[in-house]
Design a protein around this ligand. Structure first.
Ligand SMILES: NC(=O)c1ccc[n+]([C@@H]2O[C@H](COP(=O)([O-])OP(=O)(O)OC[C@H]3O[C@@H](n4cnc5c(N)ncnc54)[C@H](O)[C@@H]3O)[C@@H](O)[C@H]2O)c1
Length: 383
């Protein structure tokens, strides 16, 4: 009754508001395999090693499939540019610089972020299986997409998985005027029974940058707590945020505990930039800068729950079930746990025979295919 089946039932019986937000009934769909093929072809066309292109393509397709369109195909052009300009390389492999039975320190050697992420999480998983915990920190990495992708790799192996990365400075800490922290995402994936899991995968800013840009394009005010102007004052004007202002940490203003979001942003930075000796805070290259090597810091942790009290999965499922079975405050909005919105989105994709894409996104992919002389992405009408 709890878990996965419960969620799948939800997605049938209710008109879920998330579905309306994420997609539209009549958008064309593209199979996961075709999205992956397209992303891989685009990356190899500019000289990416096929195995590196595969790692990247897998993260991008997972982002779109899970409903995080801001971090999927939408970002493909950015990675193409990084390889094309040579600011990210594909002729090297990540290397372990130092290790103990439970830790490893990795140099990402400036290859694509997902290549570094997969390399590090695989080491963390192996160490967790041998030592109970695997804690891997990398310097010399690049943008790695959705943090959840790496955490889920560990939970698929029956482990707790955690993943963190630092990012370009966009977030203004409480009481400050200037952005010094990234949107530094946090992810924790914890396995329950029968393939169910808790998957927290979140930025430590209130809203994603893309949402603010979208409001500006539509000339709409942004809600409170999303951003500040160049004087550090909260604003509802997206243009003020984008021109010299910055994003607010999770929690928003000081009155609503935004300093806790700043603290979480620091937590990520300590695990990533400070532990690894990569760039950190305001020293990280500005967003969309393609002339400076990123040298991001990242952290990947795997923990074997069997090192502690047996029965972790059962207790995890029990707690998630208690939450999901709560009487909702609003009748048509079921209570969810982290990972459920993505699960609902994936079910919707499966039902429609592929990932639905906004027509602009399809056009963007067509334009990119022409530019790179790659076979266009084949679309289908939804089932
Ligand atoms: N690599 C980078 O530089 C970078 C930076 C920032 C964010 N990201 C990625 O962007 C993606 C989006 O981040 P976000 O913060 O906008 O995510 P979000 O706000 O959509 O979701 C955050 C978390 O809340 C959960 N959630 C959402 N609605 C819920 C509900 N009603 N009840 C219970 N749980 C709920 C989701 O399952 C998810 O775990 C993430 O995958 C993140 O890793 C990447």
């Amino acid at each position: 009754m709890h878990s996965l089946r419960h969620i799948l039932k939800l997605s049938k019986r209710q008109s879920n508001p998330l579905l309306r937000y994420y997609s539209s009934e009549n958008w064309d769909v593209v199979s996961n395999a075709e999205v992956k093929r397209f992303a891989r072809d685009c990356m190899t066309s500019v000289g990416t090693k096929p195995e590196h292109a595969d790692s990247l393509a897998e993260v991008l397709v997972q982002a779109d499939y899970r409903g995080h369109y801001s971090h999927g195909l939408n970002r493909l052009d950015m990675y193409v540019q990084d390889i094309r300009t040579g600011i990210t390389v594909s002729n090297k492999e990540p290397a372990v610089l130092k290790e103990t039975p439970a830790t490893a320190f990795v140099d990402g050697q400036n290859v694509l972020g997902p290549v570094v992420g997969d390399f590090c999480m695989n080491i963390a998983i192996t160490k967790a299986k041998q030592s109970g915990v695997g804690w891997v920190v990398a310097k010399g990495s690049n943008h790695y997409g959705i943090a959840g992708h790496y955490a889920i790799k560990a939970s698929d192996e029956g482990l707790l998985g955690m993943s963190f990365t630092n990012t370009s400075p966009l977030v203004v800490p409480t009481r400050a005027k200037k952005a010094i922290l990234g949107t530094n995402p946090i992810s924790l994936a914890a396995p329950g029974n029968h393939g169910d899991s808790f998957v927290l995968d979140m930025a430590t800013s209130t809203a994603a940058l893309g949402k603010i840009e979208l409001h500006e394009r539509k000339q709409l005010p942004i809600p409170n707590s999303w951003g500040v102007d160049a004087h550090g004052k909260m604003t509802n004007n997206p243009t003020d945020v984008l021109n010299g202002g910055g994003q607010m940490p999770l929690g928003g203003a000081e009155e609503t505990s935004g300093y806790k979001g700043s603290g979480l942003g620091f937590l990520v930075e300590i695990f990533c930039g400070i532990l690894s000796g990569s760039t950190y805070g305001p020293n990280i290259r500005r967003w969309k800068n393609t002339t400076t090597v990123a040298n991001l810091g990242q952290c990947f942790i795997a923990v074997d729950p069997n090192s502690f009290m047996p029965g972790f999965e059962g207790r995890m499922s029990d707690l998630m079930g208690i939450c999901r079975n709560q009487e909702p405050a609003e009748k048509d909005k079921d209570v969810l746990v982290a990972g459920d919105p993505e699960r609902i989105h994936m079910k919707m994709c499966d039902d429609r025979g592929g990932i639905p894409y906004h027509p602009n996104q399809i056009q963007y992919a067509t334009d990119l295919s022409e530019k790179l002389n790659v076979r266009p992405m084949a679309t289908q009408t939804p089932k």
